[in-house]
Design a protein around this ligand. Sequence first.
Ligand code: ARG
Length: 460
Amino acid sequence: MAAKAWGGRFQQQTDSRVELFTESISFDHRLAQCDVRGSQAHARMLAATELISPAERDAIIAELDHILADIEAGKMEFQVSLEDIHMHIESALIENLGDVGRKLHTGRSRNDQVSTDLKLFVRDAIDQVDELLAEIQKAFVERSAADLDIIVPGYTHLQRAMPVQLVHYWLAYCEKFQRDRERLADCRKRVNINPLGCAAMAGTSLPIDRDMTTELLGFDQPAANSLDVSSDRDYLAEFVFALSLVATHLSSLAEEWILWFSTEFGFLKLPDAYTTGSSIMPQKRNPDVLELIRGKSARVIADVSQILILLKGLPLAYNRDLQEDKLAMFDAFDTTAASLELAAAIVRGAEIQQDVIESRLEDGFLDATALMEYLIKQGVPMRTAHGTVGSLVALCDEKECRLADLALADMQGVCDLIQEDVSQVLGTRNAVASLQSYGSGGRKPVEHQLSQWRDRLEIG
Ligand code: ARG
């Protein structure tokens, strides 16, 4: 059994159930690379401030490289008696370097060490999620050229509302994912503050140089208050919240496409590689991946509450409760990254069933608002025009026809300001062509949006 690094004042061995209960190595081994990066920067700083010699620094740095290589090759045997990844790495260092290894933890505590590792991990994770978000945006923008002629119904309350260019849908998702990217970039600023050197919570009497580790680790500045930063996990809550909104966006997209993939809608076909069959019904193709993107978002949303609940009862500064923070963060990151990756592939592979959409495009009075705006342009007050078109829709219901099928005389019977040129706004294609305001779903404004997205994502 390995001796505890903190065992000096203890007379009894730790109960084996306590070791199992308190260990975190089973999940924080993922921090190994960040831990070594942090420790190597710390060793460089200790040498620069003459707390260790240059030769000791070099030995520590080289040995940490070996230890990391061993861990990555699966050669290190993890043991719960060594608690966590930090203790595993330090005890291997001591085993191999003896007293030199015993110097690494000078001017540092596991409290600032673990937060430094976490911040390095989260910073990389943010960069990875940002790339995945850019990838799904590109998937939407790149398919837009081929989808530019397609018009679809837009819905509110899942009832047909107004027609839009299909690409308006694609770019709507690009906007959501852009806000996600901005939120993560903003969170990254607070992640990128260096906790190292705060030690347990009060700092240290040793002449450490926190600016140096800040620079070596690519942080923007050292944290100003050791008491605060030693247990600060705001950045984890923010990161996981930002992920939960990504997962929420993906879940809405999944829900929409599950509907569109149904026989009832028939708007799109999902690629075979991303659907599954039924064990009993031979005809089935199920959108399981989309359903699980929707389902797994529940976990990411729950991860946010897990972190907030963990934090809300903690007095300053470090409390062991904080060890649990990693579980929620890893889960949120893994789930969101996997969902994003698969969603992008589905966006690229989905086929729009233009014929099906086209065949039902004239149903549901998608041109009613265009007709109302036609009347407004003739000088009819908006509320009156609304009522007039409502009566015309009722007339269509009675005659079981569309607005464009009504005889001009019938329309004029309801409103004598309606002229022959009304035919130019009736019908779904005309209705969508008439949309022209900035940001609207008409052809020209959508083409303008698309060219902006191509520039922004540097798509040639
Ligand atoms: N495994 C611990 C964690 O993840 C490391 C910090 C332990 N610090 C301490 N003072 N016991 O939080």
